[in-house]
Design a protein around this ligand. Structure first.
Ligand SMILES: [Zn+2]
Length: 143
């Protein structure tokens, strides 16, 4: 598979990472479908299904499946919470935020807010200008 990077990020305690996505279909064709899974790192079914679907559609786009054709573009983000998947953690591992609750996100916000923002942008949905109020609440460090 030839995945692109939706977002590249640095991490304080590990190597840099990126959130991959697949762009399938004729260049210049309208975006017809966008699919996202893996918002919760402990839910693997959607990740598996979208990875398989991306592979299947890429075979069609490459002409490997006779009698089928991809007419529009399809964008697939199989694993938005890549670090949560690495650790089988439902939440974003660094700050315990629920990526599914971060939409529409913010390009200048916390990591999970930036991921949510990038997912919406990549899927052709512009977030509202500026950042929404931060929904992030960190646990208190001391009693
Ligand atoms: Zn979920």
């Amino acid at each position: 598979m030839n995945a692109r990077a939706l977002l590249r990020m640095t991490a304080p305690t590990r190597e840099d990472f990126e959130i991959p996505y697949h762009e399938i279909g004729p260049a210049g064709a309208p975006l017809r479908l966008a699919l996202v899974s893996g918002l919760h790192g402990n839910e693997l079914n959607g990740v598996f299904v979208l990875a398989r679907l991306a592979n299947f559609l890429q075979q069609i786009a490459a002409g490997e499946r006779e009698g089928t054709e991809v007419l529009g573009r399809v964008r697939i983000v199989p694993a938005a919470n890549v670090l949560g998947l690495n650790t089988r953690s439902r939440l974003w591992p660094f700050d315990g935020t629920d990526l599914n609750r971060m939409f529409p996100g913010c390009d200048a916000g916390e990591t999970s807010q930036r991921i949510a923002h990038a997912v919406l942008e990549a899927n052709g949905t512009s977030a509202t200008p500026g950042c929404t109020p931060c929904a992030l609440t960190l646990p208190r460090a001391c009693g």
